[in-house]
Design a protein around this ligand. Sequence first.
Ligand SMILES: NC(=O)CCC(=O)C(=O)O
Length: 265
Amino acid sequence: MRASLIQIAVEEGESVEARRGRVASLVREQAGADLVVLPELWTTGAFAYEEFGTEAEPLEGPTYEAMAKAASDAGVWLHAGSIPERDPDGPLYNTSLLFSPSGDLAAAYRKIHRFGFDKGEAVLMGAGSELVTVRLPGTTLGVATCYDLRFPELFRALVDAGAETLVVPAGWPERRRDHWTLLARARAVENQAFVLACGTAGTHAGVPQAGHSIVVDPWGQVLAEAGAGEEILTVDFDPAKVATTREQFPALKDRMLGLEPPHRV
Ligand SMILES: NC(=O)CCC(=O)C(=O)O
């Protein structure tokens, strides 16, 4: 299976419309890949809080249209990263869009864990509540977004739902790059799954981005890692390695569920 992670630079000075067109062209250039992955909130930048409201789109808005067409033109499965979604009946959501090679929407995932504590995304957007998996030929994707990477229980729930390849679009800052790499590898090792994590390059809203998109195999080996700048990270991997790893080192079968709470004396 061939995956291309498009680590684009999200910089001020490029309009959302121009970036959308540029990204659509980059997706088209990936014809021949099986799966293409874009980062989180690449239209605005994950830290450009002021733009969430002004650039929010309905689910089937301009980014949906452009990415559906790019996926079908390239004939690829496309995880189109996320957009600030304006739900007509509710708050904004940080929503990922996944398209099939015919350009149909295969799934939408509203980010469950919002970043920012008492500001930013955490107060400007609503929290999703539904797990999303998508069956592709050869593997089942489990979907999470950026800050979700810090919550292992979400990934374990995705694995319980059948996920074998965990896809994580992000807008992760440079100042916590070590956490990004460490957590991507940890999620791969503990779940015996591939992790495809696609970040952004550049600086937006004064926050330098880490880049360093990464692909990790079910044994925790880094198959490919990008640098800090704009880059397309292409990797070939064998999805069957999930089953062989889980058979040969069956740690997932040793889970002890339903433990008693601590006994207070
Ligand atoms: N956009 C995000 O979710 C940022 C997450 C982050 O910076 C962190 O977890 O650290």
